[in-house]
Design a protein around this ligand. Structure first.
Ligand code: GEK
Length: 250
């Protein structure tokens, strides 16, 4: 995931800011954009590898839902030593998957394919794909882009496709109550982005672009939904400002 171009997509005044899309201009800067926008991103990706080491079983599937450039899939693959494991990396952006394929090929060459797991790229909507025989499902910063009314059905499908003892990771931007706390954590996130070199103009235009597209919910809403699907246990394991990662075990 190196050689990323610097994200300057929102650096010039855009007038009416267009709705965010995962197109080739985003793909070109994506690793830089996500590292400088999501506090704790790399920690969360690394943890997916640790969880893979614990939960992935031989002859099972892992799903990376909203895989973008495959960061989570690679972290998972590096920790898998069992035979017969397929990692299905799913995204509905053709531009993302095309770049992901190139990066996976480079990684495979540089690391000489050390993992016995295979990574298969699947172009599709995560709400439409089948999930079967899964020992690990990760959804890092993707559920937030799914229409709220589709989230329960998606979680139920994941639950049904996980084998007993299987693990689900959901990482999201969160909403907080009361509004005073939400405001504080948003401001701390803003401060984080400033410290990463984003100008106030970039931060505010990006926020406008994501308005009504990235739809955060409270931690309580996420936990209640996860439990309503039947998961035995669910807990946040990481939080930095208004970003968190949750783990749930079937
Ligand atoms: C990472 N997980 O680097 N079906 C499939 N993919 C979707 C859908 C959908 N309905 N909606 C959005 N996406 C990655 C980062 S980025 C997060 C995930 C971010 C895809 C979209 O194309 C994009 O690649 C990804 O979800 C979200 O750990 O940009 O903030």
């Amino acid at each position: 995931m190196t050689n990323s171009n610097r994200d300057k997509l929102f650096s010039k005044p855009l007038g009416k800011v267009p709705k965010f899309v995962f197109d080739s201009s985003v793909v070109d800067v994506f690793p830089d954009m996500i590292q400088r926008s999501v506090p704790g991103y790399q920690t969360i990706i690394n943890l997916c590898g640790e969880l893979a080491a614990r939960y992935v079983r031989p002859d099972s599937n892992c799903y990376d839902l909203g895989c973008s450039l495959g960061a989570s899939s690679l972290a998972i693959a590096q920790q898998i030593h069992q035979p017969g494991v397929s990692i299905l990396a799913v995204d509905n952006s053709a531009a993302m998957l095309a770049r992901c394929e190139t990066l996976l090929h480079q990684d495979n060459t540089s690391q000489q394919g050390q993992s016995p797991a295979t990574i298969q790229l699947v172009e599709g909507d995560i709400c439409d794909i089948e999930i079967t025989n899964a020992s690990l499902v990760v959804m890092n910063f993707t559920l937030q882009f799914i229409a709220i009314e589709k989230r329960q059905a998606l979680l139920e499908k994941i639950y049904a496709g996980l084998n007993p003892g299987g693990c689900l990771v959901i990482s999201e931007k969160l909403l907080f109550e009361p509004e005073s706390v939400n405001q504080l954590l948003s401001e701390l996130h803003h401060q984080f982005k400033s410290a990463q070199g984003y100008s106030d103009l970039e931060i505010s235009q990006k926020r406008d672009s994501l308005e009504n597209f990235l739809l955060p919910e409270t931690l309580e809403t996420h936990i209640n939904r996860i439990k309503a699907c039947g998961f035995n246990a669910a807990s946040p394991w990481f939080q930095c400002f208004n970003f968190a990662s949750l783990v749930a075990i079937k």
